[in-house]
Design a protein around this ligand. Structure first.
Ligand code: TXA
Ligand code: MG
Length: 344
């Protein structure tokens, strides 16, 4: 997807002046592309309904899909939600970091209703990225920020990805370089009795279970919904078709078709002619996660007729990596989702 150069939003290094400008723009209701340790976010002042509405419009995101609210620190987050003892333990262990906690909304929460899509819960996260936290402080407000990609497409891990995908609706993009984690945050819902994994992500399941001292509850399994796409997604954003390149993706490939692109993992990439990107030649899952989305974009743009993905382990960060690849395979090779076409 290309955007005419006159419609490209400005990309700036995150100097103190640019951070202050981002804060000013956000207070005025504009959208800012923001680096975090996971993926780039499309930020708006979470307390202004009109600003938040711009996020949904720019992404072509369905209004029923609520947004994550980003806070500068745990103290700010505590003013927005009600933390059970389990939520407190998780926040203390993993914030700042790639964990989003879905907790009951605080009674006096200033967050606009549109952010939570009318739910009684709010998703909160303190990002482990100095630029993200200084922009939140400069804005003086919590920031609603979904991943900065058109809805249904691959998440951005560089400032350039944001500029290519979203174009003129974004007033400024701060360039923090490539994202360290490369996968979105792990989303868990915490209520009085249960801690449920809504989306695997940058904090592996085992790390959460170690802090909790018990296994996570699985909302889909608890409801007896074993199918690939539950009728009621526990997290409204977790529809199966997501993270979709335009090129067809097939998983657990053991050979390469003629001309096919290969997304490899480990020391022995599939042989044959065609573009190849190895997520990690040494079989390291953190390295693979950091490269995943940029690799999908690059193979998608290579002109190859398909992308063959080698098997990737499902332990640790592999759970989130294979989750995203499964969604990429389910949604790939189709017309862009509604609302993802570039606006003039
Ligand atoms: O790493 C990340 O989480 C990135 C960076 C920018 O922080 N953000 C991100 O946001 O991935 P987004 O909007 O693409 O994904 C948010 C997920 C969606 O699956 C959404 O449905 C879920 O969180 N979510 C948000 N609020 C929720 C709520 N109240 N209840 C259940 N799920 C919620
Ligand atoms: Mg997203």
């Amino acid at each position: 997807m290309t955007t005419p150069s006159t419609h490209r939003p400005p990309i700036e290094p995150p100097s103190p002046e640019a951070v202050a400008e981002a804060g000013r723009l956000l207070r005025a209701g504009a959208l800012v592309g923001l680096p975090t340790e996971t993926v780039y976010g499309l930020a708006a002042d979470a307390t202004q309904g009109e600003a938040v509405a711009r996020i949904f419009k720019a992404k072509g995101r369905p209004r029923f899909n609520p947004l994550i609210v980003h806070a500068a620190d745990h103290g700010q987050a505590q003013g927005l939600g009600r933390f059970s003892p389990a939520a407190m333990r998780l926040a203390e262990a993993f914030w700042p970091g790639p964990l989003t906690l879905v907790v009951p909304r605080a009674a006096e929460s200033p967050v606009a209703d549109l952010v939570t899509a009318g739910l009684e819960t709010v998703a909160l996260r303190v990002p482990d990225h100095a630029v993200a936290r200084s922009v939140i402080k400069a804005a003086g407000r919590p920031l609603a920020a979904p991943s900065a990609n058109p809805s249904g497409r691959v998440s951005p891990t560089t400032a350039e990805h944001v500029a290519q995908g979203l174009g003129p609706a974004v007033s400024l993009i701060l360039d923090g370089g490539p994202c360290r984690v490369g996968l979105e945050s792990t989303v868990v819902a915490v209520d009085a009795t249960q801690v449920s994994l809504l989306r695997p992500g940058g904090v592996p399941r085992a790390h959460l279970e170690e802090v909790l001292g018990r296994p996570l509850d699985d909302p889909d399994r608890a409801a007896g919904e074993q199918g690939p796409e539950p009728a009621r997604p526990a997290s409204p954003g977790m529809l199966l078709k997501h993270y979709a390149p335009a090129t067809p993706v097939r998983l657990e490939a053991t050979h390469r078709a003629p001309g096919e692109a290969v997304l490899a993992f480990g020391p022995a990439p599939l042989a044959g002619d065609g573009p190849t990107i190895n997520l990690s030649a040494r079989g390291d899952l953190a390295e693979a996660a950091a490269h995943l989305f940029a690799a999908l974009r690059s193979l998608d743009a290579s002109g190859a007729p398909g992308i063959a993905v080698m098997q990737i382990p499902t332990d640790g960060l592999g759970e989130a990596i294979t989750d995203r690849l499964r969604r990429a395979a389910a949604g790939s090779g189709e017309c862009p989702a509604p609302g993802t076409r570039q606006k003039p």
